[in-house]
Design a protein around this ligand. Structure first.
Ligand SMILES: Cc1ncc(C[n+]2csc(CCOP(=O)(O)OP(=O)(O)O)c2C)c(N)n1
Ligand code: SF4
Length: 244
């Protein structure tokens, strides 16, 4: 019988350290599937974040570099400019991409670097114990907003990074999706594929934002977490194509 479902070649046969129900594992697989499908395994170079996905290089079976917190797009810029024939992508959390590395993100996008960026928005700083992130939604409880994020108390409003970047001339493609249902997972895979293909056609900067679950920090079950994405998070961060 023909085998229809198997582990992507680009994903090592190891268990990950992610909590059960965490979106990082699903996204790692999607990236690996697309790399296999496009035959990029020998020419792709990933840049891993500082955050829960810091050891993504232990899971993907292709070249992956590491960057200091927030600097992935600066490192990726250097790699891509030295090795323009390679396909280079960053994989970054919201703390990494939208807070600590905001300057690197804005300027790489504004320069129109021919890169692909995968932005994992789980509305918190997962790795360091669940502090408020720029993307934490109003009313959301975190370690540093124990009564819920309150813009009136100096905590500010959720930052819409994708919408902020869309008006930059250097930006080719921005989409927001989620991993909260099989349908959304399939869409996310298509978006990642398109973002890689844009780079292959030298179209410039592409970013795929993915609303991703963090059951541990959200103190919810895996099922409650996907429900929370669909019922609450998407109100703040609507899904769909933002720039094409
Ligand atoms: C310059 C710097 N500041 C802070 C830290 C500590 N730090 C490590 S991971 C992390 C949070 C990561 O959150 P996020 O990027 O959203 O990824 P997640 O863990 O949620 O996937 C922080 C603050 C650091 N390593 N370097
Ligand atoms: S803390 Fe959150 S983001 Fe980190 S591995 Fe656990 S569920 Fe995933």
């Amino acid at each position: 019988m023909k085998k229809k479902f198997s582990r992507p070649q680009s994903l090592k046969d190891v268990s990950t350290h992610y909590c059960s129900g965490c979106g990082h594992g699903i996204l790692h697989r999607l990236v690996a599937e697309v790399v296999d499908e496009l035959g990029l395994r020998d020419k792709i170079i990933g840049v891993a974040p500082v955050g829960c996905a810091v050891v993504a290089y232990d899971y993907w079976d292709f070249d992956v570099s590491e960057a200091a917190h927030g600097r992935a797009l600066a490192v990726a810029t250097g790699i891509k400019r030295c090795l323009p024939k390679n396909v280079v992508f960053t994989y970054q959390g919201d703390g990494d991409l939208a807070s600590i590395g905001l300057a690197e993100t804005v300027h790489a996008a504004n320069r129109g670097e021919n890169l692909t960026c995968i932005f994992v928005n789980n509305a918190c700083y997962g790795m360091t114990g669940g502090q408020m992130a720029p993307t934490t939604v109003v009313g959301q409880r975190t370690a540093t907003t124990p009564w819920g994020r309150d813009p009136g108390s100096g905590e500010g409003w959720p930052l819409h990074l994708s919408e902020m970047l869309k008006d930059l001339n250097g930006v080719t493609y921005i989409v927001r999706s989620s991993v909260s249902s099989p349908k959304q997972v399939v869409k996310t895979r298509q978006y990642i594929k398109k973002a890689f293909m844009n780079q292959i056609s030298r179209k410039g900067f592409s970013l795929v934002e993915v609303l991703s679950s963090c059951p541990t920090i959200w103190q919810k079950s895996a099922l409650e977490s996907v429900k929370w994405i669909e019922e609450e998070m998407v109100k703040e961060f609507p899904l769909g194509v933002i720039k094409e």
